[in-house]
Design a protein around this ligand. Structure first.
Ligand code: AMP
Ligand code: ZN
Ligand code: FE
Ligand code: FE
Length: 279
């Protein structure tokens, strides 16, 4: 009998991952995961196709999403789990994000054009789908970076982010902002739990402190690139606040080839606590 492992953070072709939801489920089976959540950026599309496959493969699937929010000038990611994916509060927020991304991507393309790099909206979907197979629901900067590579404006996705489209770089555009509070409220309306994603990536301590005062339900204590020291820090905070403890790899497939599915996970105790909270 395999050890119980739940990977609660990964991305499919519905956002900026390179495997379809079905391929993620197959891989989860292959690497021996007991439970899974597909947490695409700002879309819950993966759940419907993954659910029957997980059932067939005896993998427990919980609904998931990673919402982009803004606090002051900083981008903060919030994970939602166990919500009703058809709840109007969720579908409406996802639809508003689709519009935000469309507008924001156009802004970025316009800035790139000013820097002599011409990429049309069609190039963007073509470049993304040539590599990533499917029509996307949540097009973002990784797809713009792929189009830039395809058009040989840069040599790699990393170079695209570093020189042009990373936060604060000359062709970066933030777009419409969604607040942390409205995002937490939406997840709660749909009967889910709201979790602070990869807290170690939040550079400003005052932002971390502000988040810890908000009505989150948990914190992602185990994450792809955390050190054991990082884990201990967030575990201590979660225990003190009696918050849920979650974890996952943030697997994206080929886009981030060094991060494998199941690389970070939580065991049965923390997963059961999450399931009990959702009952
Ligand atoms: P977006 O949601 O469109 O703002 O894109 C954010 C996503 O881009 C993140 O979730 C990562 O998957 C990816 N990303 C952010 N920074 C980098 C970077 N420096 N290199 C590669 N990918 C990145
Ligand atoms: Zn991503
Ligand atoms: Fe994230
Ligand atoms: Fe993620």
């Amino acid at each position: 009998m395999n050890e119980f492992r739940a990977d609660l953070h990964c991305h499919s072709t519905c956002s900026d991952g390179s495997l379809t939801p079905a391929e993620i489920v197959s891989l989860a089976k292959q690497v021996g995961l007991s439970a899974l959540s597909i947490t695409d950026h700002d879309t819950v599309e993966a759940y419907a196709s993954a659910a029957p496959l997980c059932l067939e493969n005896q993998i427990t699937l919980i609904s998931g999403v990673e919402f982009s929010t803004q606090f002051e000038e900083t981008s903060i990611h919030i994970l939602g789990y166990g919500f009703d994916p058809d709840h109007p509060a969720i579908t409406q927020l996802c639809a508003r994000h689709t519009e935000r991304r469309r507008q924001r991507n156009l802004e970025i393309l316009s800035l790139l054009s000013k820097h002599g790099m011409d990429i049309s909206e069609d190039d963007l979907t073509d470049a993304a789908s040539a590599i990533l197979k499917e029509k996307r629901h949540s097009i973002g900067r990784p797809h713009i970076a792929l189009a830039m590579v395809k058009k040989t404006y840069v040599e790699s996705v990393q170079e695209a982010f570093k020189k042009y489209i990373g936060d604060g770089r000359p062709c970066f555009a933030r777009g419409m902002a969604f607040s942390i509070q409205e995002t937490i409220d939406t997840i709660h309306q749909a009967k889910g739990v709201a979790i602070i994603a990869h807290p170690h990536l939040i550079a400003h301590p005052h932002i971390v402190n502000a988040l810890l005062e908000m009505n989150f339900d948990g914190i992602e204590c185990y994450y792809g690139t955390f050190s054991t020291k990082d884990n201990a820090r967030w575990l201590k905070i979660a225990r003190k606040k009696e918050w849920l403890i979650t974890g996952g790899s943030d697997f994206h497939g080929d886009i981030k080839p060094n991060i494998t599915l199941g690389r970070s996970w939580i065991g049965e105790e923390h997963f059961n606590a999450l399931q009990n909270r959702l009952k």
